[in-house]
Design a protein around this ligand. Structure first.
Ligand code: ZN
Length: 328
């Protein structure tokens, strides 16, 4: 299926957003009374692979340096089902990166551990890694399935895993997720139906596939992203997807994630949206983010982006950081 915007792009009203004025670290003074023109939503995908102290520390440092920057965490229940996982420790580790201003959402990859725990028979294909071969028993010795798009599963199976994930995270104090991003950006109609069946109101899987080309051109995932997200660009805005259980708000990940984008590239996205906002007089949304599992490697890109955003403010243009909306 093609998940192009079915409606003309509509921008959000300020009232639909919980806005937080962009405030730089205490050493920087970047405030303005002007109405924000571009709202940036900072996201992090928790892959469900591991919780290494190095990456957790990198996230904690970012939170200390930018205490007023809200982040939408797409959390993953898979950590609780790894062999030898300590639930209390897992909860504490995740919590150690959170701030009260954050939002908590859901991210799912096709982990064998998670799907099995949810009572769903694991599928070892299709595989989005180069070569695309089914995962072998050896590859699955500890856990596997990150590279299996969850849309390979039936709607009933997906609903079971989504409900199980929400219940798991909720039982550990992370609330009931309303916001979602699909592993590998691999949304489909079946996934969308299963999301709204479980109370999810927004998804941020739409991505400009061109941003993935440099690192993923030889991955089946890249071709799938091209096919799935035809028409999605760096200035694509929120739109509604029809599902069996009502509309799902699709908020494009138009600034992609830090593993694939330098800070300068993310700033190019910000400037393009700022130009459109200034031309139209309407607010624009920019979504950017990173992965918990590679935070130590790629948070420097996010820091570069944040510095550039403050520079834009210093030039009299206005950017704010806000929460993911729940409606158009
Ligand atoms: Zn992911």
């Amino acid at each position: 299926m093609n998940l192009r915007p079915s409606l003309s792009s509509r921008v959000l009203t300020i009232s639909a957003l919980a806005l937080t004025t962009l405030i730089a670290p205490t050493t920087l003074k970047a405030t303005s009374n002007k109405t924000p023109l571009v709202h940036v939503i900072m996201t992090v995908d928790w892959e469900g692979r591991n919780l290494s102290p190095t990456n957790i520390a990198a996230m904690q440092q970012l939170r200390q340096d930018y205490p007023t920057l809200p982040i939408l965490h797409y959390l993953n229940a898979a950590y609780y089902f790894k062999s030898g996982a300590n639930a209390e420790q897992t909860t504490d580790t995740i919590h150690s990166t959170l701030l009260p201003i954050d939002q908590l959402g859901l991210h799912i990859h096709g982990w064998q551990s998670l799907f099995t725990a949810a009572g769903v028979t694991f599928r070892n294909q299709p595989n989005w890694n180069p070569g695309g071969k089914p995962l072998t028993d050896a590859e699955c010795a500890s856990d596997c399935g990150h590279s299996i798009p969850i849309r390979a599963y039936s709607e009933a199976e997906l609903s079971q895993v989504i409900k199980f994930s929400i219940d798991t995270l909720s039982s550990h104090g992370f609330g009931r997720a309303q916001h979602f991003r699909t592993g590998g950006w691999m949304l489909s109609q079946r996934v969308s139906n299963a999301l709204t069946a479980n109370g999810i109101v927004s998804d941020s899987s739409a991505v400009p596939a061109e941003f993935l080309h440099a690192r993923l051109y030889n991955y089946p995932l890249y071709q799938w992203a091209v096919q799935t997200w035809t028409g999605i660009t760096q200035t694509s805005q929120p739109y509604l997807l029809n599902t069996k259980h009502g509309a799902l708000l699709e908020v494009p990940d138009n600034g992609c994630l830090a593993d694939y984008m330098s800070g300068a590239q993310m700033l190019t996205v910000l400037r393009a949206n700022l130009a459109e906002a200034q031309a139209s007089g309407e607010e624009r949304i920019v979504v950017v983010g990173f992965h918990q599992e590679t935070a130590a490697d790629w948070l420097p890109h996010i820091r570069d982006f944040l510095s550039g955003a403050f520079a834009l403010n210093a030039n009299g243009q206005v950017v704010s950081f806000g929460a993911m909306p729940t409606q158009l």
